[in-house]
Design a protein around this ligand. Structure first.
Ligand SMILES: Nc1ncnc2c1ncn2[C@@H]1O[C@H](COP(=O)(O)OP(=O)(O)OP(=O)(O)O)[C@@H](O)[C@H]1O
Ligand SMILES: [Mg+2]
Length: 336
């Protein structure tokens, strides 16, 4: 067991914005030093608000938080020195070059002389911006700008790096490149990364631990495998040639190792302890029941399935809800 203090610890954070939107309703978070932690949630879940509080840019109405061992309310200056922040919206100056942006950032943190020049060039190199570093930022592609944002966050060698939606708006190629960069950073000695995302795949791929955020609080937390492992077995979907009747469900429901058979249109879905082994058994049972099978697929449980289980709705549905409406009224014990 590690004896190191957690890099981030938040207890019961509550935040209501002027106007009455309660963004956080008791947010708890513990991030072990030297790990990548993913805050995964749909639009409006409260991810950026959490990051703003942890990075001293906003104050909670109640609750406590410390980052790198410093209390965010009592010692915001110490927290700021220990962290790097990549906000959801780029903070780079568009009418300066990438290198000028890095130098300015370094100087803001008290770096001087050859050291700041060396650090800027090292980061430009590392983020494949060596040539682009001489050009004005306003001419950068989305991927280049995001890489510069991360470089800016790292300039003063922080202990904890916050990345708020590092890949939103990037094309698939730039996203993959950013994932590679973040994975490499994660290997750096001691760096703790707190990343927010609304991409299930991104959290799955980058984070050692994930907390799923819904309506201002954590609904479940664990390693990606732990979360998916809580859903027993694989999902098996069988596509029939004709509408699936009740007899198809009945035929599958009694089979050993098969749970939760449901029919929807021409599709019958079950959970099976071993999906691959279950397929021939399922197909035989369906044929016996008079159903003709068109196709069968086996899927490992996804984070979307985990989200559905804990939040009670599909991630995609929550995304459109979050974008369209304010969150639900505060729950008991929540915000004023
Ligand atoms: N400055 C603000 N004033 C008023 N309401 C705000 C403010 N910032 C955020 N909110 C509201 O608080 C809730 C949580 O917002 P937040 O930005 O923390 O969510 P998020 O999880 O980061 O969402 P997204 O995925 O869209 O970035 C939302 O309902 C949002 O509209
Ligand atoms: Mg956000």
């Amino acid at each position: 067991m590690s004896t190191r203090a957690p890099a981030v610890e938040a207890r019961q954070l509550v935040k209501t914005y002027p106007g009455g939107v309660t963004a956080l309703r008791g947010m708890d978070l513990t991030v072990t030093a030297g790990t990548v932690f993913g805050l995964l949630g749909p639009n409006g879940a409260g991810k950026s608000t959490t990051v703003k509080i942890l990075t001293t840019l906003a104050r909670p109405d109640s609750g406590t938080a410390s980052v790198a061992g410093h209390d965010v309310l009592a010692h915001p200056d110490r927290v700021r020195r220990a962290i790097g922040v990549v906000a959801q919206k780029s903070g780079a100056d568009p009418v300066a070059t990438g290198r000028e942006n890095l130098l300015l950032q370094g100087r803001l943190y008290g770096m001087r002389g050859a050291a700041v020049q060396r650090r800027a060039d090292e980061l430009l190199e590392r983020f494949t911006l060596a040539d682009a570093g001489k050009r004005l930022v306003k001419g950068y592609s989305g991927g280049m700008l995001r890489r510069l944002d991360v470089a800016l966050g790292l300039m003063h060698r922080p202990e904890v790096l916050f990345l708020d939606e590092p890949t939103t708006g990037l094309d698939p190629e730039a996203r993959t490149a950013m994932w590679d960069e973040i994975s490499r950073l994660a290997g750096d000695e001691g760096l703790t990364i707190v990343l927010t995302t609304h991409y299930l795949e991104e959290a799955d791929r980058l984070a050692e631990r994930i907390a799923i955020v819904d309506r201002g609080r954590i609904v479940v937390e664990g390693t990606p495998d732990e979360l998916k492992g809580e859903l027993r077995g694989d999902a098996v979907h069988v596509e029939l040639r004709a509408e699936a009747g009740p007899e198809a469900v009945t035929a599958l429901a009694g089979l050993p190792g098969v749970h939760e058979a449901v029919a929807e249109g021409r599709r019958v879905s079950v959970r099976a302890e071993d999906g691959a082994a279950a397929v021939p058994v399922l197909l035989a049972a369906l044929e016996r029941a008079g159903a003709t099978v068109a196709a069968a697929t086996v899927a490992r449980p996804s984070l979307d399935d985990v989200y559905l289980r804990y939040a009670g709705r599909r991630f995609q549905d929550a995304e459109s809800e979050g974008a369209a409406t304010a969150p639900e009224p505060a729950l008991a014990g929540g915000a004023r």
